[in-house]
Write a protein that binds this ligand. Structure first.
Ligand SMILES: C[S@@+](CC[C@H](N)C(=O)[O-])C[C@H]1O[C@@H](n2cnc3c(N)ncnc32)[C@H](O)[C@@H]1O
Length: 185
């Protein structure tokens, strides 16, 4: 079994899946200005918004060497290779995503992206995401229930956690159809 390293790091390597226009990245840099960051998204237009959101001035995260936004298709492209080129393979501290995994397709595609996310994390690295949940009154082919997310995470190799660790129930009470999931490699 690999050694789990949970030591807090001052410059964590953070990968965001489907970062869109960079709202979460902006919030991340407000909290952790020294973070190293790689945001992936399919849309060149949204990536351009993200770059402008963090527009370079002398204090901008984008002036740092290890902050970038890259256009990839998370389902069909080899984005792990992008991380390998950065020297990040197996060294990522956190993979994050906000209300986006439902855009990747069905169970199979989402599970595959979660499996690949686990591979780029170091032992003890964290996966945290929030996404829209399936509502019985509004069926959607790529939104899933809390139980289905938990099963995808298990199939992706993440150890199960106590159900209370998933904040979906609390979040659903507040937001209606939004679940949050957190796992460690
Ligand atoms: C609902 S938006 C959320 C964006 C961002 N996370 C936010 O909360 O503002 C979904 C995002 O997923 C991206 N996306 C959809 N399919 C993708 C794919 N196959 N690979 C990478 N990004 C994808 C879209 O371009 C879009 O930016």
């Amino acid at each position: 079994m690999s050694q789990i390293d949970c030591t807090p790091v001052s410059s964590p390597r953070v990968v965001e899946l489907a970062c869109g226009a960079g709202f979460l990245a902006e919030a991340l840099f407000r909290q952790i200005p020294a973070a190293r960051f790689c945001g992936f998204d399919l849309s060149p237009h949204l990536l351009e918004f993200a770059r402008r959101r963090l527009a370079p001035d002398e204090n901008s995260p984008l002036t740092k060497k290890e902050v970038e936004f890259q256009r990839v298709d998370l389902v069909n492209d080899d984005w792990e290779q992008v991380l390998s080129k950065l020297g990040w393979a197996g060294k990522v501290d956190a993979v994050i995503s906000m209300q986006a995994l439902h855009d990747l397709g069905g169970l199979e595609q989402q599970t595959d992206v979660l499996t690949r996310s686990r591979k780029v994390l170091h032992a003890g690295g964290q996966l945290v995401y929030g996404d829209l949940l399936l509502k019985s009154e509004d069926p959607h082919p790529s939104r899933f229930t809390v139980a289905q997310h938990q099963e995808m995470l298990r199939a992706a190799g993440f150890a199960p956690v106590h159900a209370k660790k998933d904040t979906a129930a609390r979040a659903a009470a507040r937001f209606g159809d939004f679940g949050c999931f957190e796992r460690r490699k």
